[in-house]
Design a protein around this ligand. Structure first.
Ligand code: NAP
Length: 402
């Protein structure tokens, strides 16, 4: 074989290799572009939390938006491999950080708040969840006065929606100097609860408009997808607090929030005690030598919650509820827990995220944009792609020919 022939073969092989590389790269890019929602589905839950950590709108994200630690003893080699891949894809994830639930104070007697909050702080809680209708908010403010905690979440009851500004100012005054304050609307407005309109005349949209005008991170609670879509036209909410547990999984709302960098805060992770003796939860708990409560708190995080509220007045339970960072619920066990779903809210007896048409207008159907079938460069890209495919096939044949 003379020199010219060898040079020609070398050039041809070079073109083939570049062709294969280009076409594979092109394939990946167009796949990613056309299946954004699929990518979100297949992404492991721990990376959902990473989305919140890297949330550009959340300039000061909560402590517990940290990524899930992994347990090398319980993870299969395949799972370890998958995690390694997802770690590479999200390089900004924090290392050695952990989940720290927020401490909820609903149903705690106002006279006990001082002691309970002091115990919670000494146990390691740095975030507190309250509301203007819990009857103990002023006591929480007093208890927090001498401590500078990281963050306080509070809610404004719908009965104040039509004159919301004084309620916002009261919350700001109460928690001034105690930590960062996140104020949210407690419910969308005229929500239907157990067949009756709970808050007649409460205009959630107008209340949200005022909240968004007065504070930089307006937040909401119990908002469904249609509510979130409606208020996002005013300003995207910072956070949505919703019930999350295996019985009420809120998958659609979580997916919606994750896609738009709205933080998800879970409440009632223990499903009001209704899963305490459930054989599946008990089995998973004994597998990890953990309590049912620890499994359920961990479940809410792995479902995509950035913050999980949990309440207890008992000191040892306070500590127990923080001890959730040395294990991971496997995909298989997450599926078993997901199988417990019955879509009922155990707080209100029915799903409380139904849209309220009086204030929010008719339920808005999500319109899916058609996936473009032609490659991004139009006709030129289409022909280029076909050529590259041919070169790739020719290259494979050449490589596989003995
Ligand atoms: N935005 C909203 O509409 C909304 C609604 C509900 C709640 N929340 C917030 O979310 C917080 C938590 O929700 P939640 O109070 O409904 O429910 P939760 O925290 O899921 O459950 C609290 C119940 O579980 C018990 N418990 C706590 N830790 C336990 C453990 N390790 N083992 C066994 N039992 C344990 C508590 O009893 P003991 O106290 O006796 O330990 C209490 O009865 C509330 O305090 C509130 O701040 C918000």
């Amino acid at each position: 074989m003379d020199l010219d022939t060898r040079a020609l073969i070398a050039i041809f092989v070079g073109i083939v290799v570049i062709g294969i590389w280009l076409s594979q790269r092109h394939g990946k890019t167009s796949n990613n572009k056309s299946s954004g929602s699929k990518k979100l589905k297949s992404r492991p839950n721990t990376s959902n939390n990473a989305t919140a950590v890297n949330n550009p709108t959340a300039s000061n994200p909560p402590t517990n938006t940290a990524n899930a630690p992994t347990n090398p003893n319980t993870a299969s080699p395949a799972a370890r491999g998958r995690r390694a891949t997802s770690r590479r894809r999200t390089p900004a994830k924090k290392v050695n950080s952990k989940y720290v639930p927020a401490f909820g104070i609903w149903q705690i007697n106002s006279s006990a708040i001082g002691t309970v909050v002091a115990n919670a702080i000494s146990s390691g809680y740095v975030e507190f969840d309250s509301s203007d209708n819990y009857g103990n908010e002023a006591e929480l403010a007093v208890a927090l006065n001498s401590h500078n905690v990281k963050r306080i979440y509070t809610k404004i009851d719908p009965i104040h929606y039509n004159n919301i500004i004084p309620s916002i100012q009261t919350a700001q005054r109460l928690f001034q100097g105690s930590g960062q304050l996140v104020i949210m609307l407690h419910w969308p407005g005229e929500t239907t609860i157990q067949g009756s309109v709970a808050f007649p005349g409460a205009n959630g949209v107008a209340a949200y408009r005022n909240l968004a005008r007065l504070i930089s991170r307006p937040a909401v609670s119990n908002f469904g997808v249609s509510h979130l879509t409606r208020i996002s036209r005013i300003k995207k909410p910072y956070l949505n607090q919703i019930e999350i547990n295996p019985l009420l999984q809120q998958t659609e709302i979580i997916r919606y929030c994750k896609k738009r960098n709205i933080l998800v805060q879970a409440f009632s992770p223990l499903a009001s005690g209704r899963l305490n003796t459930n054989p599946i939860v008990v089995d998973i708990a004994s597998k990890h030598s953990k309590s049912v409560a620890q499994i359920l708190i961990r479940y809410a995080y792995q479902k995509g919650a950035d913050i999980v509220n949990v309440k207890t007045t008992n000191l040892s339970r306070m500590q127990e509820n923080l001890d959730i960072n040395d294990f991971v619920i496997s995909k298989h066990d997450m599926r078993r827990l997901n199988g417990l779903r019955d879509d009922a809210s155990y707080l209100l007896g029915t799903s409380n995220s139904a849209p309220s048409p009086q204030v929010f207008g008719p339920f808005q159907k999500q319109v899916r944009r058609p996936v473009p079938s032609a490659p991004p460069l139009g006709r030129l890209g289409y022909h280029l792609n076909r050529r590259l495919k041919r070169i790739r096939t020719a290259g494979r044949t050449l490589i596989n020919t003995p």
